[in-house]
Design a protein around this ligand. Structure first.
Ligand code: MN
Length: 491
């Protein structure tokens, strides 16, 4: 890897941004790491350079790529964070500091896992960019795992599968998630990996290509007729997801990978629906397989249209239809969000669950409790529900109308007495589904929430508000005693 390649990559996504600082960081880090070698016998500087390149690929901003080049300097050389701050300013120095803090974990086993997770979450809530650097650092380390002893390889691979990959998924950085998973899969289950790789890449490759040609031959003239500008690509299925599906659903390899997959990228949202129309006129759609993630995005922000049709020879074929912007978001998740927002100089809005982590960790200092709570609230899938005015609220899966009411406003929660879900009368304790429209019926004179709600609410916010009231009402109950005590003056 060379600094020029990094600069070129960065400039291709950020035309007009001055990149002198990247060159400066390179010279600084090269000098600092001079003489150090990696286990794979490369000069050490190659590792931070690769890290920075992946960061540029996922559209990280300039301070982040700079910090990527410098990320191992304080840890592995005599140079201090103060010196980095003097040379590169407070922002870059604080990113490097964040990564350095994440690096030092002395525990073993389950303790190590918990500490690791906790540190990740802490870093995430202070500056997400630290996590981007750590991910890219980890990905490059995974790519050079061969140089390490077996034991260490397995530990790093397992830790990545358990901690890094799910968080990358949570942040919607699919690209990093897949890459990490496939490498870890190879090290943890070498035989399975080789078997699948052979089947997928060798045995079935030609068949797949032949089939996709056939689909294209039918589809392309129709798209041209409809005057749609498109890019069409075959979709590579990553091996770990095939492996997981085989395990989870106990299905045979052929059932899973015989589903052929194509992706169509078009200029506008309008075109997405047009393409869908074209596909459904040519082939019969498979029931229940159409998903409109444009109208109702996934909780991590993912947007696309999905449909499976019975293609040529009756073979099920999956299509993903999306715009270029959606495509980039799907690959780079929050990183890309940031990129687009920054380009349009809009404000970056933190995802809702990051604020939840901040709230939880303020209260809980015991690590295992903290991790348990975070996993409960955050690692659960999330849903979107709508207010009658069309405002969108993001909630944990299985949330109830009471959770929704408190997400809208404490007063709505406190005075909730009934609910309409999709215009039908519902129950306050029912589970909401992604895309539901929820209208809370408020009883104006109602003074307090019901303690029974604690039995079914899912969000911390609702729980806290109800408990707060429960506490208050205890004070209410003894309040009539208080004035008398005070009037006594002394007691
Ligand atoms: Mn590193």
């Amino acid at each position: 890897m060379t600094i020029d390649r990094i600069i070129k990559k960065f400039e291709s996504n950020n035309p007009g941004v001055k990149t002198d600082v990247l060159k400066k960081a390179f010279l600084f880090a090269e000098k600092a790491h001079a003489g150090q070698m990696r286990k794979n016998n490369e000069p050490y500087i190659q590792h931070p350079l690769h890290t920075a390149y992946i960061l540029a690929e996922i559209r990280a901003d300039l301070p982040t790529v700079t910090a990527g080049i410098l990320h191992d300097v304080p840890e592995d050389t005599d140079i201090t964070l103060e010196e980095i701050e003097e040379e590169f300013g407070a922002e870059v120095a604080s990113l490097v500091k964040g990564v350095t803090k994440l690096g030092k974990i002395k525990y073993r086993g389950i303790e190590r896992y918990r500490e690791n997770l906790k540190k990740m979450f802490l870093a995430m809530t202070s500056d997400l960019r630290v996590i981007f650097i750590k991910f890219c650092d980890r990905l490059n380390n995974l790519r050079t795992l061969d140089a390490l002893p077996e034991e260490k390889r397995r530990r790093i691979a397992a830790e990545t599968l358990e901690i890094y990959a799910p968080i990358a998924g949570l942040l919607g950085i699919e690209r990093l998630k897949w890459q990490m998973e496939d490498i870890c899969f190879k090290y943890l289950y070498p035989e399975k990996f080789n078997e699948l790789e052979y089947k997928y890449e060798v045995e079935k490759k030609l068949e797949r290509q032949r089939f996709l040609q056939k689909v294209k031959k039918i589809l392309i003239p129709k798209l041209n007729e409809a005057n749609i500008d498109y890019q069409i690509e075959a979709r590579f299925k990553h091996l770990y997801s095939i492996f997981k599906k085989m395990q989870e659903k106990d299905r045979k390899f052929n059932e899973i990978y015989d589903v052929f997959a194509l992706r169509i990228i078009v200029p506008s949202i309008d075109d997405c629906y047009k393409v869908l129309g074209v596909i459904h006129t040519i082939w019969r759609p498979k029931p229940n397989r159409f998903k409109d993630y444009i109208a109702v995005p996934k909780p991590n922000g993912y947007r696309s249209l999905h449909t499976t049709i019975f293609g040529p020879e009756g073979k099920p074929t999956e299509f993903q239809i999306r715009t270029k912007e959606m495509h980039e978001e799907a690959l780079y998740g929050i990183a890309a969000h940031w990129y687009y927002k920054a380009k349009n100089s809009g404000e970056y809005q933190q995802p809702y669950w990051i604020q939840e982590i901040v709230d939880i960790q303020k209260e809980i200092t015991n690590t295992s409790e903290l991790v348990k709570n975070i996993k409960m609230d955050i690692f659960r899938d999330r849903i979107f529900v709508f207010s009658p005015r069309g405002d969108v609220f993001e909630l944990p899966e299985k949330s109830t109308p009471v959770d929704f009411a408190y997400a809208v406003h404490s007063n709505i929660g406190n005075k909730a007495s009934g609910v309409l879900v999709n215009d039908k009368l519902g129950r306050l304790d029912q589970e909401l589904k992604n895309g539901d429209m929820v209208e809370i019926i408020v009883e104006k004179n109602r003074q307090h929430p019901s303690k029974d709600w604690l039995k079914f609410v899912k969000t911390k916010r609702a729980r806290d508000r109800i408990k707060q009231y429960a506490k208050k009402s205890t004070i209410e109950n003894i309040k009539h005693l208080l004035p008398r005590i005070r009037e006594d003056g002394k007691k």
